[in-house]
Design a protein around this ligand. Structure first.
Ligand code: HDE
Length: 712
């Protein structure tokens, strides 16, 4: 009987090394062999010669010149000189983690992709989050879109879902991407600003490009300043295609829904964090995983018939449009948990090469012209960044399933191919490796036989022409507080634009078509006279999509929330103890902070060691503040400017603040009016209950107007 290539099915039966739940550990171990552990090992050169002296170079005489002969020093410095690779042209700043994806509701009716086919099936993933504009060393908390790229190491090959934390994009056609990126990047003459879109070239481009109106509105919303990666939604953006075992196809949009809810920073906080803790998001992801507070998302699908591509009032191929969840609900198919930090940033996070074209049988593309262009770009960019076409052999990029073909050589080849014939057909090596018949019977990839016809033309489809009605929908779906933040963001950004005609164009040609009130409010802040507005026609269209407002996406618990507990000498030991215990039991993080990093004595006269000081862990790094009662609490804090600023700033940023016992007097002293989150009380238990309720709401929006007068 002639041999057949292994398929997922027959190789599992044969007990081969195809990845499934029972043998995924073995495959992971295979990947692990690339991980080095030098504990107990000798220091050597790259060729294995043990080194006796790593402190001094080889010299001609004690005070003489260094000798060329010093192969140890030369190798070390040469390697060092070549340590850098080009950073990503966009999405350069990022952080990543390992985890797994688990099917909760099989999607085998929609796709023959094996990793979505069986309840409980787990697939290893590597996920990288990023900002878009800034370089590798830029701050995490800038106003920007966030990348959300997931590599699934499936048994049928790698599938990369390379998405963002917003469901739409700035442009409709890939040919505009270099223009858009050149406009948003720092300006060419002085390379300013880093990590920000608040400058002339960005607003020049977008004010001349109405198709960007919807996405720019998203980037002016709170979505562009997420509080943590774990609190971001993720979107595949484009319509993709799923194909099932019968060859039937549907269009889908991919959604990641965070278990931690969707929460954001406030703008003042985001700006301050960029200076005080530029690694805020990276640190948060790392620390949560180290603490066992694993970030988690649900994977959902919006499924549409191809015949309906134009029936929603927009084109499903247009990446500047989302499909409102009120029209097509999201069907949840699985969950993703991130539970392991990388061992080495460069080897894993920096060398990870994502590509929208990394697909597996059962997943296919739509004709979205932005997606089509991306299919070219991602391999192309890795050729430069990772130095040649063997980048998929780098450990973080290698599939966990076997891979064989006749591609050979090129820089940094890892594989030692044994065969004598690197072509096909061949009779010398039995014609291996061989093609596999298409899925589902064989598992070979075959593209969906979509019928195509038409003339070769450079045109924008007329079905892509409406640039404003979904922007209007987004604006109308925002709460009052969210609308105010959008007005503030446009006003802030445009006030940084030096050329007044660009400001004016954005307000008159773009905002005025989204919503008259939005345009008027921004115009007023910029001193622009606005005589006419013409909102996009919304008759017959969805007027409001509650699923778009973050206010409707809050978590139901306080898992992962960070609470500062301000300690003072003589603070009530039992109160601090109960508070810490209760917060930690609910999955929150309790940070004990004191006027300095030194231990202080509590009410029992015992030393209490803080985790940090008020200055080293400022209020912008936590979600809420609790001041326990104590003999000297008032005296200590009222004389401590840093502590007073701590409370004022937390209050200004609309955070829950609880003042227990004597500490309550600070409220009146600092002008902090009691509300749903500004809490004072003598009795710990009820105070804690109110505090936890406020923490679930995350911010006290009703305080926003009042907080404007606080000078922090
Ligand atoms: Fe990307 N994009 N992109 N992009 N993109 C890159 O690939 C590109 C687009 C996204 O964590 C680059 O390896 C083009 C949309 C993420 O490593 C590059 C177009 C969406 C990441 C590239 C787009 C994305 C990238 C730069 C328009 C959301 C980071 C380095 C046609 C759906 C992945 C790299 C990571 C990275 C090209 C538009 C998401 C140059 C040409 C739309 C999350 O290949």
């Amino acid at each position: 009987m002639s041999k057949q290539p292994k398929t997922a099915e027959n190789s599992q039966m044969a007990g081969s090394d195809t990845l499934d739940r029972s043998n995924s550990n073995a495959k992971l171990e295979q990947l692990e062999r690339f991980r080095e552990d030098a504990t107990g090992e000798a220091l050597t050169t790259n060729t294995g010669t043990r080194i006796a002296d790593n402190q001094n170079s080889l010299r001609g005489g004690e005070r003489g010149p260094t000798l060329m002969e010093d192969f140890i020093m030369r190798e070390k410095i040469t390697h060092f000189d070549h340590e850098r690779i080009p950073e990503r042209v966009v999405h350069a700043r990022g952080a990543a983690a390992h985890g797994y994806f688990e099917v909760t509701e099989p999607a085998s009716d929609l796709t023959c992709a094996a990793f979505l086919g069986e309840a409980g099936k787990r697939t290893p993933v590597f996920v990288r989050f990023s900002t878009v504009q800034g370089p590798r060393g830029s701050a995490d908390t800038v106003r920007d879109v966030r990348g959300f790229a997931v590599k699934f190491y499936t048994e049928e090959g790698n599938f990369d879902l390379v998405g963002n934390n917003m469901p739409v994009f700035f442009i409709q056609d890939a040919i505009k991407f270099p223009d858009f990126v050149h406009a948003v990047k720092p300006e060419p003459h002085n390379e300013i600003p880093t990590g920000a879109s608040a400058h002339d070239t960005f607003w020049d481009f977008v004010s001349l490009t109405p198709e960007s109106a919807h996405m720019v509105l998203w980037t002016m919303s709170d979505r562009a300043i997420p509080i943590a990666y774990r609190s971001m939604q993720g979107f595949g953006v484009h319509s993709f295609r799923l194909v099932n075992g019968e060859g039937q196809s549907k269009l889908v949009k991919f959604h990641w829904r965070p278990k931690a809810g969707v929460c954001s920073l406030v703008w003042d906080e985001a700006q301050k964090l960029a200076g005080k803790d530029p690694d805020f998001h990276r640190r948060g992801l790392w620390e949560d995983i180290e603490r066992g507070l694993y970030p988690e998302w649900e994977l959902g699908l919006q499924v549409m018939d191809e015949e309906d591509a134009l029936s929603f009032g927009f084109d499903l191929l247009d990446p500047t449009k989302l499909v409102p969840e009120e029209l097509v609900p999201v069907r949840v198919v699985g969950r993703m948990v991130l539970n392991r930090n990388p061992d080495n940033f460069f080897a894993e996070t920096e060398q990870a090469a994502f590509h929208v074209g990394h697909v597996v049988p059962g997943i296919d593309f739509s004709n979205d012209p932005l997606l089509q262009g991306r299919l070219f770009s991602y391999t192309d960019t890795q050729l430069l960044r990772l130095g040649g076409p063997n980048f998929n052999e780098i450990p973080i990029n290698r599939p966990l399933c076997p891979f064989h073909n006749n591609q050979r050589d090129a820089p940094h080849r890892q594989q030692i191919n044994r065969g004598r014939a690197s072509y096909e057909p061949n009779s010398i090596d039995g014609n291996w490796p061989r093609e596999t018949p298409p899925a589902p019977s064989g598992g070979g990839y075959s593209s969906y036989p979509e019928p195509l016809q038409g003339h070769k033309v450079r045109v924008r489809s007329a079905s892509f022409a409406d640039h404003f009605s979904q922007a209007t929908l987004f604006w109308r779906s925002m709460s009052e507080a969210e609308q105010q933040h959008i007005v503030d963001a446009y006003s802030f950004e445009l006030s940084k634009v030096e050329r007044l005609y660009i400001r004016e164009r954005q307000v008159k040609e773009i905002l005025a078509h989204i919503d008259p009130l939005l345009a008027l409010r921004v115009a007023e802040n910029l001193g622009i006279d606005l005589d006419s507005t013409s909102t996009s026609p919304m008759e017959g269209k969805l007027q409001d999509s509650p699923a778009l407002s973050q206010m409707n996406l809050l978590p139901s618990d306080i898992r992962g929330r960070r609470v500062a507990i301000l300690l003072t000498p003589g603070c009530k030991a039992d109160e601090v103890g109960s508070l810490k215990k209760m917060l930690e039991a609910a999955g929150a993080v309790a940070k004990l902070l004191a006027p300095s990093a030194a231990a202080l004595k509590d009410s029992d006269g015992q030393p209490m060691q803080p985790d940090g000081s008020f200055a080293s862990e400022p209020s912008i790094t936590v979600d809420a503040v609790f001041v326990p009662g104590g003999e000297y609490v008032l005296k200590t804090l009222q004389d401590d400017g840093v502590a007073k600023h701590y409370l004022l700033e937390a209050y200004k940023h609309l955070k829950p603040v609880a003042l227990s016992g004597d500490a309550a007097q600070l409220a009146a002293m600092l002008g902090l009016e009691e509300d749903d989150g500004m809490l004072c009380g003598d009795s710990f238990d009820p105070l804690y209950m109110r505090f936890e309720t406020a923490l679930k709401q995350h911010r006290i929006w009703a305080r926003e107007m009042r907080a404007k007068s606080i000078p922090a």
